[in-house]
Design a protein around this ligand. Structure first.
Ligand code: PMP
Length: 417
């Protein structure tokens, strides 16, 4: 008999048997409100009937086409259909399996296309766990420590994390852009800088939204220096933030977009999108893989796109997200230990602090554990693990949000008393 590796750390002891919509059921058929959605993946809810039907039909037709050997219909159809949601300029798409792989693909493309070595990332970033992606991850030493040497050519600039600095957003943004200019003058010359890689909302780094002035500042500097603006929409894409893409909030156009998670409702699938002439700067065969653009995953992604459109899930994320945010604010107003509630759409975080304003992971984790006991599954995030995040499926209703808020209030009460 083999055992599961202790390398895995699990946020709850729950063993699930099945899922339906925003609910998960354990082996004893106990029901949980799932406000983790597989880390922001099951955007259409668990086992949406249309996603299930599309995947079942595809399984019985063709499971694996292998896109460097033969092309297959689901991949071609999905590629065409992505034109409905991608920024118009980003008309060329390359598929892989996970967020990390897509980040690696964007990294290679950026280096190829610019013939420049360095990437600037923003403090608190999470881009994945492969060595390249982990080297661009700055949301916790646990993602980097102990397996050095990591990849070179990565420079870190501040993200406008106003709350952490105790500043207003404008001050934090001006600081971040000034430091970026300083970095370009002192560490990575523009002529050696391939890309700015940025999350529209810091995800694992604590659910901190960027803002328009910051993103415009990046765009302006990217244009001025011939640097590519790469947005990592792995967690923020597919309606999660109440707009289809996270960067839609800021009116700034990226040069490369990275997507995964919500794209295929739980099947492993990721993609990067860029203008065709930029993609053409790397040679055919410079990227690939055995499983990228799997036929069943592509069929599920097409169904996901249909469900998001037909059920108005982007609007639902905005409207129900606002209700959730208002409810969380109310809980926070009664709780000295919750210093900040923030986020966009259905991507919301609650930051726990001690009486003297320091990060308080202990109470955050007590609240998260108690919520799980009471039937609400949640995750923590943030460099100090003191932010409890809420990322339910985009099909969540106001009634389900009310149920979750009642449990949350009780869990916070327990954790802080
Ligand atoms: N980028 C971001 C913004 C993410 O949130 C994640 C996953 N949390 C990744 C990349 C890595 O994705 P994966 O775990 O699928 O490799």
């Amino acid at each position: 008999m083999a055992n599961l590796s202790p390398l895995l750390k699990q946020a709850t002891p729950v063993v699930v048997a099945r899922g339906e919509g925003v609910y998960l059921y354990d082996q004893d058929d106990r029901r949980y409100l799932d406000f983790t959605a597989g880390i922001g993946v099951t955007s259409t809810g668990h086992c949406h009937p249309r996603v299930v039907a599309a995947a079942q039909e595809q399984v019985a037709t063709l499971i694996h086409g292998q896109y460097t050997t033969v092309m297959h219909r689901p991949l071609l159809t999905l590629t065409e259909r992505l034109g409905e949601v991608l920024p118009e300029r980003l008309d060329s798409v390359f598929f892989s399996n996970s967020g990390s792989e897509a980040v690696e693909a964007a990294l290679r493309l950026a280096r190829h296309a610019t013939a420049r070595p360095n990437i600037v990332v923003f403090h608190g970033s999470f881009h994945g766990r492969t060595i390249g992606a982990a080297s661009m991850t700055t949301s916790g030493t646990k993602f980097r420590a102990g397996f050095s040497p990591i990849m070179g050519g990565v420079a870190v600039s501040p993200f406008p994390t106003a709350y952490r600095y105790g500043w207003d957003e404008q001050t934090a943004t001006e600081f971040a852009l000034r430091e970026l200019d300083y970095l370009l003058a002192t560490v990575t010359a523009p002529a050696e800088t391939a890309a700015f890689l940025v999350e529209p909302v810091l995800g694992e780094g604590g659910y901190v939204p960027a803002n328009t002035a910051f993103m415009e500042g990046l765009r302006e500097r990217a244009d001025r220096h011939g640097i590519l603006l790469v947005v990592d929409e792995v967690q923020t894409g597919w309606g999660r933030t109440g707009r289809f893409w996270g960067h839609d909030h800021f009116g700034v156009q990226p040069d490369i977009l990275i997507t995964a998670k919500g794209l295929a409702s739980g099947f492993p699938l990721s993609a990067i999108a860029a203008p065709a002439d930029l993609m053409a700067k790397a040679w055919p065969g410079s990227q690939g893989g055995t499983y990228g653009g799997n036929a069943v995953a592509c069929a599920a992604a097409i169904a996901t796109l249909d469900v998001i459109r037909d059920e108005g899930l982007v609007d639902n994320a905005r409207v129900v997200g606002a209700a959730l945010s208002a409810g969380l604010e109310k809980v926070a107003a009664n709780t000295a230990g919750i210093g900040d509630v923030r986020g966009l759409g259905l991507m919301l975080g609650n930051e726990f602090i001690t009486a003297d304003g320091q990060p308080d992971p202990t109470t955050a984790q007590r609240a998260q554990q108690k919520a799980a006991e009471l039937g609400l599954l949640l995750l923590t995030c943030g460099p100090f693990g003191n932010v409890v995040r809420m990322i339910p499926a985009l099909v969540v209703t106001k009634e389900q949000v009310e149920d979750a808020l009642a449990i949350w209030a009780a869990a916070v009460d327990f954790a802080t008393s």
